[in-house]
Design a protein around this ligand. Structure first.
Ligand code: FE2
Length: 230
């Protein structure tokens, strides 16, 4: 269930979930073990007994993070299973999960508890502000929805056409067209420029093939069209 992706970093391929208008999405979460041994859970997927067992075997769950307001559905289950863990949400997440007491609102500055291990930027956009993380130990940049790629054939019929037009389908992950339009502010572009300063060795995203080689090159190519757009 938990797959090693880099030093002190694991991924989990979660179940396929239903999105808007009948679009179905594969889900992925990541687990980072911080230098103090505590776990940082990124974009948690459905919590099964097996996933819970494997996670607990890595260390104590200390932080659970919803990186944008579209990735929060499993927070209640994780909150119940790990009541001692602190929950952190990107802008808009707390309004969607009013029953949860959030320890912090995620922004561009890392929480002190993970500042030594993880950097982050808040990329504002008109769809869902997204916090992009960089795990230093593994050199991994972690995107949620700003980069995506689905295999040909994942969506069928008219959804396949829409996905192709939106650039959700391609040979490698790219910024979908709807996000290109949503990322037009100078602040959005500036924060993406900061992502390019990180010494990336790997790139993860919630929906798409992870990148494990030539990561810096890949990021430059994927983000450049957005950064230079008018
Ligand atoms: Fe997503």
């Amino acid at each position: 269930m938990l797959q090693p992706f880099g030093p002190e970093l694991w991924t989990v391929e979660g179940p396929v979930v239903d999105g808007m208008a009948g679009f179905r999405y594969p889900t992925r979460m990541a687990v980072i073990r911080l230098t103090d041994g505590g776990l940082f859970i990124w974009s948690p997927t459905a919590l099964s007994p097996e996933l819970r067992r494997e996670t607990e075997a890595l260390g104590p769950v200390r932080h659970i993070v919803a990186p944008n307001a579209l990735h929060h559905m499993s927070l209640p289950d994780w909150h119940t299973a790990f009541p001692q863990a602190l929950i952190h949400g990107a802008p808009g997440v707390n309004a969607k999960q009013p029953a949860i007491r959030f320890a912090s609102d995620l922004g561009g500055d890392p929480h002190l508890a993970w500042a030594g291990d993880i950097r982050q930027v808040l990329v504002p956009n008109k769809i869902a502000d997204e916090v992009v993380f960089f795990h230093r130990t593994s050199g991994t940049v972690i995107f949620t929805d700003l980069l995506q790629n689905f295999s040909r054939g994942w969506f069928t019929g008219w959804r396949g056409w829409v996905a192709r037009l939106d650039r959700m389908i391609g040979s490698e992950p790219q910024v979908p067209r709807k996000f290109r339009l949503a990322l037009r502010s100078a602040t959005s572009k500036e924060t993406l420029r900061q992502v390019l300063d990180w010494p990336a060795e790997r790139v993860l995203m919630a929906h798409g093939t992870p990148v494990s080689s030539n990561a810096a090159e890949f990021l430059k190519k994927a983000l450049h069209p957005v950064i230079v757009s008018n």
